[in-house]
Design a protein around this ligand. Structure first.
Ligand code: FVH
Length: 292
């Protein structure tokens, strides 16, 4: 209707796979969208869908208060925003960074008169704009900025605010993705064990996926142990028992012609913790060995 309030106009810098997926959801939701990408051809599809394509990053930034950045890495953010007037801009940076880069970027943005929110995207592009996919973006930095734009930021994926420290979104992002790589490492070892056998990997896959899901709640016990400092509470499978089992895993790997290089470092940490006299704990104590 004529009286309808206009939805927050959005500027999007970076139209890679992720930037394009994000941008498309704001267009679809009726937000005016200005886009810029280093390689202009990548903006063509969005232009056909109604986005305005700016000739330069500076022009795109000047077009709207809310500027979302999703570039390859922190140095590309540096390159793109260098010399641009950011005064009074609400800068939301969804580029994957380290916590230190995010904190430095927040300071850098504030010095230039911008408000800053950092984000870590827990999704791959096909999950964007698909609420049932369960994707979300960790946000940290200015709470005021988060609250002001929560509705707009929540269109491509859910949002989870994790604190005023601008580095916390990146830290949460890295924590979850690091756990994911640990899981992928375990999955690689599992498939390697059956690789030369007459076992269809697609028959192992559902059992493997279900097993990982069944084990996932162990995360909560680890967190409880860390919080209480008592690593023995509720332990079912003691460290002593688990270390005793490690030769079986290593022998099986050898018999199957599989390198133990993904498993061995973790087993070594388990043995070190056991040697400290922690046999009645579970695996939480390994964390103490990792932290310097
Ligand atoms: N895609 C994914 O699965 C992951 C999921 C989790 C979050 N990540 C992060 O999102 C950021 C962007 O990722 P992306 O998937 O969009 O990446 P690309 O498709 O490779 O696009 C990269 C864009 O960055 C532009 N770019 C790169 N270097 C520069 C530069 N020096 N100056 C200006 N722009 C630059 C690139 O432009 P062009 O090559 O098209 O000209 C793209 O727009 C990223 O942090 C992921 O870790 C995605």
């Amino acid at each position: 209707t004529q009286n309808a309030v206009e939805k927050t106009p959005v500027t999007m810098l970076g139209l890679g796979a992720m930037g394009t997926a994000l941008a498309r959801t704001w267009l679809a939701a009726g937000h005016r969208l200005t886009v810029w990408n280093r390689t202009p051809a990548r903006a063509a599809a969005l232009a056909a869908e109604g986005a305005r394509v700016a000739d330069s990053a500076a022009e795109a930034v000047a077009a709207n208060t809310l500027v979302i950045v999703c570039l390859l890495d922190d140095s590309s953010v540096d390159e793109v925003l260098a010399g641009i007037d950011l005064a009074d801009t609400d800068l939301v940076n969804l580029t994957t960074s380290t916590p230190a880069q995010a904190r430095a970027r927040a300071e850098w943005a504030n010095e230039r008169g911008a408000r800053y929110l950092d984000g870590g995207i827990m999704a791959v592009p096909p999950m964007i704009g698909v609420p049932e996919a369960g994707s979300y973006v960790f946000c940290s930095g200015s709470r005021e900025l988060f609250e002001r734009h929560q509705e707009t930021l929540g269109i491509p994926a859910g949002t989870t605010y994790v604190g005023m420290d601008a580095g916390f979104a990146a830290l949460h992002d890295m924590a979850l993705l690091s756990a994911m790589y640990g899981m992928f490492a375990g999955v690689a070892h599992a498939f390697a064990l059956i690789h030369k056998e007459d076992i269809d990997p697609t028959s192992l896959a559902p059992m493997l996926a279900d097993w990982l899901v069944a084990m996932a709640p162990a995360v909560h016990q680890t967190a409880d142990h860390l919080r209480s400092g008592d690593y023995t509470k509720g332990v079912v499978s003691t460290l002593a028992m688990q270390v005793a089992g490690t030769p079986t895993f290593l022998s099986t790997a050898e018999q199957q012609g599989v390198s133990p290089e993904l498993l061995s470092p973790y087993f070594e940490l388990m043995r070190r913790r056991l040697a400290e006299g922690s046999g009645e704990e579970d695996l939480t104590g390994v964390i103490n060995l990792l932290v310097h």
